[in-house]
Design a protein around this ligand. Structure first.
Ligand SMILES: [Mn+2]
Length: 333
């Protein structure tokens, strides 16, 4: 699918001040796409603020070396003036609940808005939507936009966009990876992205808490449905005991789906403000997005998530039941 970027070009022509945002618990694609977009906007001489509903996980600090780019919504003291006269760019989401505490602010936002995204789902956030659900990352769409609009990818933007693409493709291992993914990565390296340095920053600066959380989570891994489902849990007590913080659970779900013959891997995590979030990964075609949607969540076919306003025990019971049924349906359609 190829996107016509000319409506974005007119938004850029007609506005001088921008606000860029992304989803709750921002990942590499979310933050890296923001970097690419900010780079493009600044090249055009725009005044840009980036305000996110969640704080930036420590591992992504290299994208914002001065610590001045990514602002955390609850800490922004001049929201009234942020609202004024800006155009809003929303990256890597298409569902209101993915905006967390910022949803109301975005709903009330009077200025024009633009959504660039690759998630399934038919909810609309309003404004101009640039969407390609076949894209491996929002970062690749932002790269496309930068090129279509005559921007120049500098080393910082290249690092952001490479982070985006690498993280959303599991470092070029997921089925979404195709020749153009690697071509884009190669081009970003040409533009100054240092892939080995990015990898080290992301994966070789673990806190002790994260490693201990990983150990405790993996040693609690359970298997069910004759080995077709694997799942693990992270409770508030697990976080406390291991000294991990919430964002340390990022990617741990991938291990659940890495067990031989497992078709669906799930990680259940107690949420800081109550409820349980379940992340899902499928390996042999089971539609996780559909399973997640039945609990009010969403995502992609092979990777999705949902939040349940309930206890860990109840979340386990309900989701495992639905997962069994989904597998059954998959085997006997
Ligand atoms: Mn993404």
């Amino acid at each position: 699918m190829s996107i016509d970027w000319s409506p974005l070009s007119s938004v850029l022509e007609n506005h001088d001040r921008f606000l860029v945002t992304t989803h709750v618990r921002p990942d590499g694609d979310a933050l890296g796409s923001e970097v690419g977009m900010v780079g493009l906007l600044r090249q055009r001489g725009k005044d840009v603020r980036v305000i996110n509903t969640s704080p930036t996980p420590l591992r992504y600090d290299y994208l914002d070396p001065a610590g001045t780019l990514f602002e955390w919504f609850p800490k922004v003291s001049d929201l009234a003036s942020v609202r004024e006269g800006r155009a809003l760019v929303i990256l890597d989401l298409s569902a209101w609940n993915q905006l967390g505490d910022m949803a109301e602010f975005v709903r009330d936002f009077a200025g024009p808005r633009v959504v660039i995204d690759h998630h399934l789902g038919d909810e609309t956030l309003g404004g101009q939507v640039f969407k390609d659900v076949t894209a491996e990352a929002t970062g690749i769409l932002v790269l496309e936009a930068v090129e279509a609009l005559g921007g120049v990818v500098d080393a910082w933007m290249a690092a952001g966009l490479l982070t985006a693409i690498a993280m959303d493709t599991g470092w070029f291992r997921h089925p979404s990876t195709r020749p153009r993914t690697l071509r884009a990565a190669a081009e970003l390296m040409d533009r100054g992205a240092q892939i080995d340095d990015i990898y080290r920053k992301l994966y070789e600066r673990n806190t002790l808490g994260r490693i201990r959380l990983m150990g405790s989570t993996l040693s609690g891994l359970q298997v069910t449905a004759q080995g077709r489902i694997a799942y693990a849990t992270i409770t508030a007590q697990d976080l406390e005991r291991t000294g991990a913080v919430h964002s340390d659970s990022e990617d741990l779900v991938d291990y659940t789906a890495s067990v031989r013959d497992v078709e669906l891997g799930m990680l259940f995590i107690d949420q800081p403000r109550g409820g349980v979030r379940v992340s899902m990964r499928s390996r042999k075609g089971l539609d996780c997005a559909r399973l997640a949607r039945s609990f009010g969540g969403g995502g992609h076919r092979a990777a999705a998530a949902a939040s349940l306003a309930t206890t860990m025990d109840d979340a386990l019971k309900r989701v495992l039941e639905a997962a069994h049924a989904a597998l059954e349906l998959e085997s006997n359609p």
